[in-house]
Design a protein around this ligand. Structure first.
Ligand code: SF4
Ligand code: SF4
Ligand code: FES
Length: 259
């Protein structure tokens, strides 16, 4: 029988318990912590906040923890409106945005972890360097055909503009890619659902002149075809988008081309 031994540093320890005094409506959160500078294992800290004194979202609870219980807690956030994508994390086992995920929709004891299968920078902050490199690799900007640009905007018909619906809304939060098993195992070469949805956004843009070159670039056994339609990505998207459909549309465009 083969026995596997996990690296010493992978064991998650039980951490500190901290609570606000005299909470009128106490609520417990169990939060993943890891500090690259202290040489210790990751741990789960337990915090009890006063829901009566905080806003309704998980991000509000994390802010309350940082303000009142532990200022060293690290997490990303900016807009607190579900538009910047920076507060993506795993809450009760689901990748989502902390700023739009209500405490009322969480389990009694809220479990907060960083996005899965990414290296951790600190606490709830994942290292998204590779994710952003994938996005940059598809050249996510408009390529023109070399002719002088119009004096004003590049016009589209209503139908052409509608082709971007379901694609342009992506906020690059990485919830979908970090929920995708193919991305977990092959993120060195598979672009993952977020980047492929972004690629389809440019392929679908009537103003872009690089459609064929974009398709040529994606016609690759790893970049695109490592998607095995497992469909973890669509339910993970907090914006209600469907990266699996976008990937299917790219595959179908490539199939049409080869007929
Ligand atoms: S459908 Fe494709 S991209 Fe989405 S989770 Fe499955 S393998 Fe990943
Ligand atoms: S498709 Fe959805 S889950 Fe994926 S990066 Fe874009 S907004 Fe986030
Ligand atoms: S803080 Fe911007 S999406 Fe949550």
């Amino acid at each position: 029988m083969v026995s596997f031994r996990l690296p010493k540093r992978s064991k998650v320890d039980e951490g500190a318990v901290r609570r606000v005094a005299d909470a009128a409506d106490p609520r417990t959160l169990r939060v993943y912590r890891w500090n690259p500078d202290d040489g210790k294992n990751p741990r789960i800290d337990t915090f009890e906040i006063d829901q009566a004194a905080t806003g309704p979202m998980v991000l509000d609870a994390l802010m309350a923890i940082k303000d009142e219980l532990d200022p060293s807690l690290a997490f990303r956030r900016s807009c607190r409106e579900g538009v910047c994508g920076s507060c993506a994390m795993n809450i009760d086992g689901q990748n989502t945005l902390a700023c739009t995920h209500a405490l009322a929709d969480c389990e009694d004891v809220v479990k907060v972890y960083p996005l899965p299968h990414q290296a951790v920078v600190k606490d709830l902050v994942p290292d998204l360097t590779e994710f952003y490199a994938h996005h940059a690799s598809i050249e996510p900007w408009l390529h023109d055909d070399g002719t002088p640009p119009p004096e004003k905007e590049r016009l589209q018909s209503e139908a052409q503009r509608a082709q971007l619906d379901g694609l342009y809304e992506c906020i690059l939060c990485a919830c979908c890619s970090t929920a995708c098993p193919s991305y977990w195992w092959n993120s060195d070469r598979f672009l993952g659902p977020a980047t492929l949805l972004q690629a389809q956004r440019w392929i679908s843009d009537s103003r872009d002149a690089a459609t064929e070159a974009r398709l040529d670039d994606l016609d690759d056994p790893f970049k695109l075809y490592r998607c095995h339609t497992i469909l973890n990505c669509a339910p993970a998207c907090p914006k209600g988008l469907n990266p699996a459909q976008a990937i299917a549309d790219i595959k179908s465009a490539l199939a049409d081309r080869s007929e």
